[in-house]
Design a protein around this ligand. Structure first.
Ligand SMILES: C[S@@+](CC[C@H](N)C(=O)[O-])C[C@H]1O[C@@H](n2cnc3c(N)ncnc32)[C@H](O)[C@@H]1O
Length: 267
């Protein structure tokens, strides 16, 4: 599997945002992880990515403040939060396809080596744990257990910009396996791509892919009305406790295109 170009483009765009960081965190983390990438910022998606980024940053800082000690980033790409929100006692796990993980691992090693030679060797103690997985076939709970994740401890799971790449059957199977690793008190934060009621979802997906240069290698698969997306989560064992349209976060994102949800294990 080759490196995800969509995740590089998203990361390069995010590197231009002004964002919070923890006391021990690295405010330059996103820029440093993107060093040498040839992707250009996605100007047409800047507003929706700004909303999405603020939402997920908030989920991570809120969970850490509430005492959650495990953060699992699913479809992590070049997510920088393990470095940006580095905090004593908190472990970040990052899962993605093997090709992207290999490139991310090399970039992380370079950053940690730089920090070490600059006299901050402690940064290495909080490095994220990377594991390769294909969410269309692997059981996330098994992959996480192999990486040292404790399924008995509450965890924040992030699915940022991921679920649009899985089909509906695959989404339910994947989220159910995430649910299998979710102790009581865990939370799932996810971005869901939506369209207005009454449109043909397959046609919306096809039109979206026709406009994307990366659609060949990384096609979108699931865009649904908000109710359809919520139904997928419910069928996977997750109960939505908060949902916000990206347009309501004040970045200028179009309404009705992206739903940002927080869910808890049901039952
Ligand atoms: C648009 S990128 C988002 C990356 C990151 N979450 C972010 O927001 O910067 C989607 C990511 O999901 C990963 N991904 C998509 N389908 C996957 C699958 N079946 N198994 C594992 N990773 C997958 C891609 O490799 C890519 O890194």
């Amino acid at each position: 599997m080759s490196v995800s170009r969509t995740s590089q483009a998203v990361a390069v765009t995010r590197a231009g945002f002004d964002r919070p960081h923890s006391q021990a965190g690295d405010p330059q983390a996103q820029l440093r992880l993107c060093a040498g990438m040839r992707s250009r910022a996605l100007d047409h998606m800047r507003a929706s990515l700004a909303a999405r980024t603020a939402f997920f940053d908030d989920q991570v800082t809120g969970a850490i403040a509430a005492g959650i000690r495990q953060v699992v980033v699913l479809g992590a790409g070049y997510d920088d939060r393990a470095l940006r929100f580095r905090s004593p006692g908190v472990t970040f796990f990052e899962l993605d396809h093997s090709g992207t993980q290999a490139d991310k691992r090399a970039r992380l090693h370079a950053i940690l080596a730089e920090d070490e030679s600059a006299g901050s060797p402690a940064a290495g103690e909080h490095a994220p744990v990377l594991a390769a997985a294909d969410f269309t076939s692997d059981d996330v709970a098994v992959v996480l257990a192999g990486a040292g994740h404790d399924p008995g401890l509450s965890t924040l799971f992030l699915c940022e910009g991921l679920l649009v790449y899985l089909d509906q059957v695959g989404t339910v199977r994947f989220l159910a396996s995430v649910r299998g690793a979710a102790a009581a008190g865990s939370l799932l934060a996810a971005s869901l791509v939506t369209h207005a009621d009454g449109l043909d979802s397959d046609a919306v997906v096809a039109r979206g892919n026709a406009r994307r240069r990366t659609a060949g290698a990384e096609p979108w698969r699931t865009i649904l009305p908000a109710a359809g997306q919520s139904d997928l989560l419910a069928r996977s064992g997750w109960r939505i406790v908060r949902a916000v349209d990206a347009a309501d976060l004040g970045t200028g994102a179009d309404p009705g295109r992206s739903l940002l949800v927080t869910a808890e294990p049901a039952g």
